[in-house]
Design a protein around this ligand. Structure first.
Ligand code: PLP
Length: 389
């Protein structure tokens, strides 16, 4: 055996979105004027009142370990939010854990669900980290291919085809990174039907819940009839409050499972950082105005840039329904999405994420974030148009 690294970790791919951002940053440091449309980090700085709350917490010496579930005030605020927004009641002492990011919430939730060999369904194109997390836990990720031609519609039949005796859970993400789809009531009901029929866990990643357009209102799968007891909700502050660097998330689910998840949290990080939780509390208490302003700006960019992208020959870009990504199909000289992303970085100095990073179902598409300034977006689209001429 000797000194070899774990075959499980070795088999996992690094994050392609992080890799692209790192490469773009490196080029920028070398003096190349790269526009980075590869990352999911809002260009807004965290609102001032949230920063102030975090600073005050540090100055007040709130710098110790806290309750491993999260500070009670924040858990209570999260429970109140679910009551207010989704009509659900979560017990803040037994059904909610504050985590050091949405990613940690996902990892510890899945670690309490997945045994080696268990299959986990991913609705693909799916966010880049689900597959590796399932693999790290020795589960088997099973891609459920959604089709670009149907605007990535989810139906009972499409999911059911992939259910086997080993299927343990399904991961759902709406609004979706990368497709920008927001699942309709009918699609949510389809997923709920299958989960109930085959007695599956559902993990719903609602991190983009606040970023929806055209009057849509996000409804969590957990709120559907008889779904709360089989659903873990993963959420966080990164996207809604432009708090990516604070690393603050949370999860909510049935008490028996949350008790198991908490053990993993305690051994992994003990608790989420104390003073970021105070900032998170301020965020939740702050009302919707800050979020609404940011979403209005994303909306403006969404409309202008969708039109501009569709004017480029070979590019077909649906209007995103939520989140802050475009996921256009691009036909250019039969290039696959990876080669296209490399070509755009080298020739146009625009960093995008190849669709293949989100599973085979993403091939033919590229993902571009619009969480960057409109000016930079417009410049990026001009460069892409020139490169694809
Ligand atoms: C779909 C999705 N889920 C979860 C996360 C994790 O967010 P964080 O770990 O910053 O809370 C991201 C971040 O990009 C995401 O896009």
């Amino acid at each position: 055996m000797g000194k070899s690294c774990s075959s499980i970790v070795h088999a996992v791919q690094g994050s392609s979105t992080v890799a692209i951002s790192d490469r773009a940053r490196q080029l920028q440091q070398e003096g190349v004027n790269v526009i980075n449309l590869g990352s999911g980090d809002p260009d807004f700085v965290t609102p001032q009142y949230i920063r102030d709350a975090g600073i005050k917490a540090i100055q007040d010496g709130f710098t110790h370990y806290v309750d491993s579930k999260g500070i009670p005030q924040l858990r209570k605020a999260i429970a109140e939010k679910y009551h207010r927004e989704q009509g659900m009641s979560y017990d803040p002492n037994k059904e909610i854990i504050v985590t050091a990011s949405g990613k940690v919430a996902l990892y510890i939730s899945l670690s309490a669900i997945v045994d080696p060999g268990d299959e986990v369904l991913l609705l693909e194109p799916a966010w880049v980290s689900y597959r590796p997390i399932v693999q790290l836990l020795q589960g088997v990720p099973v891609g459920v291919t959604l089709h670009v031609a149907d605007n990535f519609l989810v139906t009972d039949e499409i999911i059911e085809k992939h259910v086997t005796k080993k299927t343990k859970a399904i991961i759902v993400n709406s609004p979706s990174n990368p497709t920008g789809r927001v699942l309709s009531e009918k699609e949510l009901a389809s997923i709920a039907n299958i989960a109930k029929k085959y007695d599956l866990w559902v993990l719903t990643d609602d991190i983009y819940e606040k970023i929806v357009y055209d009057g849509r209102i996000h409804k969590t799968l957990a709120a559907l009839p008889d779904m709360k007891e089989r659903t873990i909700v993963v959420n966080g502050m990164s996207k809604a409050y432009a708090m990516t660097g604070w690393r603050l998330g949370y999860l909510a689910g049935p008490a028996e499972l949350v008790r198991e998840i908490l053990k993993v949290q305690q051994h992994l990080v003990t608790c989420a950082a104390s003073f970021t939780q105070i900032a998170g509390l301020a965020a939740l208490a702050g009302g919707p105005q800050g979020i609404n302003n940011m979403v209005a700006e994303y909306d403006r960019r969404r409309q202008l840039i969708t039109t501009a992208l569709n004017e480029i020959p070979g590019v077909t870009c649906p209007l995103p329904e939520g989140a802050f990504y475009f996921f256009p199909r691009v036909d250019y000289k039969d290039m696959n999405s990876m080669d296209l992303a490399k070509y755009l970085l080298d020739s146009a100095h625009v960093a995008v994420t190849p669709g293949i990073a989100f599973g085979d179902a993403g091939e033919g598409c590229i993902r571009l974030t619009y969480a960057i300034s409109l000016e930079n977006l417009q410049e990026a689209v001009q460069r892409i148009a020139k490169a694809l001429k």
